[in-house]
Write a protein that binds this ligand. Structure first.
Ligand code: PEP
Ligand code: MG
Length: 597
């Protein structure tokens, strides 16, 4: 391991690239306040009321400071669209477990406020630790950020963090960066982020993308290995960070930086164009995957022609109660109205097992990925399911709605779902509510058994959407979040390609639309095969849209067909990778379609 003081040249660390581009600058390490260093003392019973009041005042002051930061973000600020994150943090300060839980701990355990609060923070974050879903996991960070803010106030640490006074050419290195810190940085002075924690859906990642600052997260301990003032390169496209680069490396990366900048600029025009192949014979609809309704604007500005996957889990997150039918209706209506006449594919709740137990006290499961999740949970909690379906059907009158059911593994589940849909329609009619009777119904094909019976399922639905993220984990027996087996997770495994072909064939035989919404859909390397197999719609993270459109507009269907034929003759993923990557680099040598590191 590298010591913090040795100046090893070109010290290389690999993380997750979450915001593209190259940043070159000088490190500013943002120290974190750990909960371990807070003062801990037992208090006397008579001290309890004053200690509770001290905690309440600190929470109030933290809320006021967050409000001030939020109000300083005006309409033109690049983070304007994300100011809601700070609103969420203000609300979280009143979270029952956080606020009441700390006060209860002060009173019942007679601990000083700092101690009680840090224990509560630990409890909340460890409850999230068992959660498999990356997005939900990241929300534990929110609790941590607000907790640290209150802790600092309790401990009298009033100094504003360094983010205010960053000199030009700064690259922020931190264990984690709170949204409020991110909101306060001077964008023109910050050339990159290198962060220990987090993945693609962390708030740091979301904000870095909006600010167009190159960022790498998941670096584990970079904040402990480097010092303020050292030079650093952050390549947010490849996830590579280089500390103390030599002049030749800097030169190489400056060139790369320029290529990337020009490339991105040129790409944005493609977002506005249709994804039609060069020969004009095929048009593919390109849609976006979103978790939050606030992402709709970003999706539209990058050229999304609707929403191919609206992950509705977030609505159920971070709260002890369930979102009401009206609350859900408002969110779905907003998404549908904004995208009209383009489609919005609303996936019903994909949560369960360990994902929900932390919030809603469902039973713990030893193998949650294969447990009571998604449609299985909904069929066992028809109260939750019916409420969501009613909200969706009511909202559907405001746009072009498609209903997508996750984790279907057999026909019985699909039939049961349709029966519940029928009951829901009946109940809405009885209640005299306006709703859409003809919402298109689709199966998210992500369990291998659903692929094998795709011909049977096809008779019951209007469309298929292939969820490769889960399909690959189940088909190849690779836990998608286990870093030890991650190397086996391969979108171009011949088995995966055969599974996709089976779904497209079954769909096409019945004239169904077949889309793909797993991460595989947004990686340009896969595009020729996906077109060759006849996928009608590709749904992806918004930032990939212009690049994918550009590629589709540059290729001919003949080439796609030929590459698909060749790939299906090959026996392992490595050969298929070199076929596709080789073809793309040969035909588009100046493009960023493949990693050019
Ligand atoms: C998938 O499994 O491919 C998918 C799109 O759903 P999620 O990533 O939300 O599980
Ligand atoms: Mg899935």
């Amino acid at each position: 391991m590298r010591g913090s003081s040795d100046k090893q040249l070109n010290f290389f660390i690999k993380g997750v690239g979450v915001s593209g581009g190259v940043g070159i600058g000088q490190i500013v390490v943002i120290e974190r306040l750990t909960t371990e260093i807070c003062p801990r003392r037992m208090i006397k019973p008579e001290e309890v009321p004053a200690e509770i009041q001290r905690f309440e005042s600190a929470v109030k002051a933290a809320a006021q400071r967050l409000r001030d930061i939020r109000n300083s973000i005006d309409q033109d600020h690049p983070l304007c669209d994300h100011a809601y994150i700070l609103d969420t943090h203000i609300l979280l300060l009143q979270d029952r477990m956080f606020f009441e839980g700390t006060k209860a701990a002060i009173a019942s355990e007679r601990r000083n406020a700092e101690w009680a609060l840090s224990d509560i923070m630990m409890k909340i974050t460890s409850a999230f630790d068992t959660i498999e879903d990356e997005y939900l996991k990241e929300r534990a960070r929110d609790i941590h950020f607000i907790g640290e803010r209150v802790l600092k106030l309790l401990m009298g640490i009033t100094s504003r963090s360094k983010v205010h006074q960053l000199p030009p050419n700064s690259v922020i290195v931190a264990h984690d960066l709170s949204p409020s810190d991110t909101a306060q940085i001077k964008k023109e002075n910050v050339f990159g982020f290198a962060i220990d924690m987090g993945g693609k859906t962390s708030h740091t990642a979301i904000m870095a993308r909006s600010l167009k600052i190159p960022a790498v997260t998941g670096l584990e301990k970079v904040s402990r290995l480097v010092q303020t003032g050292e030079n650093i390169i952050v390549d947010g496209s490849t996830g590579i960070v280089i500390v103390n680069p030599d002049p030749e490396t800097i030169f190489r990366y400056r060139e790369r930086q320029e290529v990337y900048r020009k490339y991105q600029q040129s790409l944005m025009t493609f977002g506005r164009l249709p994804a039609v192949t060069r020969d004009g014979s095929r048009t593919v609809r390109i849609t976006a995957n979103i978790e939050l309704v606030d992402e709709i604007e970003i999706a539209a500005s990058h050229g999304a022609e609707g929403i191919g996957l609206f992950r509705t889990e977030y609505l159920f997150l971070g709260r002890k109660d369930l979102p009401s039918e009206d609350e859900q209706y408002e969110v779905y209506r907003l998404a549908l109205e904004h995208n009209k006449p383009n489609p919005v594919t609303i996936r019903t709740l994909d949560i369960g097992g360990d994902k929900i137990s932390a919030h809603l006290q469902f039973s713990q499961e030893t193998n949650p990925a294969m447990g009571l999740r998604a449609i299985r949970l909904c069929l066992s909690r028809t109260d939750i399911f019916k409420t969501q379906l009613k909200a969706i059907l009511r909202a559907a009158v405001h746009g072009n709605c498609r209903l997508l059911i996750p984790m279907i593994s057999c026909l019985t589940e699909l039939i049961a779902t349709k029966e519940i849909l029928r009951q829901v329609k009946e109940e809405l009619t009885e209640a005299g509510m306006e709703f859409e009777h003809q919402v298109k119904l689709g199966v998210l094909v992500e369990v291998p058994s659903a692929v094998v019976i795709a011909d049977i399922l096809a008779r019951e639905v209007d469309f298929f959407s292939i969820g490769t993220n889960d399909l690959i984990q189940y088909a190849l027996a690779i836990d998608r979040v286990n870093e030890h087996v991650n190397y086996l997770y391969d979108t171009l495994h011949p088995a995966v390609l055969r599974l996709i072909r089976q779904v497209t064939s079954a769909g096409q035989a019945r004239g169904l639309q077949v889309s793909m919404c797993g991460e595989m859909a947004g990686d340009p390397v896969n595009i020729p095969i996906l077109l060759g197999l006849g996928i009608d719609e590709l749904s992806m993270n918004s930032l990939s849209i212009p690049m994918v459109k550009k590629l589709i507009r540059s290729i001919n269907m003949d080439d796609c067909a030929e590459l698909t034929r060749l790939a299906f003759e090959m026996q392992d993923a490595a050969a298929i990778h070199s076929l596709l990557e080789g073809w793309i680099s040969e035909h588009f040598p100046k493009d960023y379609f493949v990693d050019q590191s």
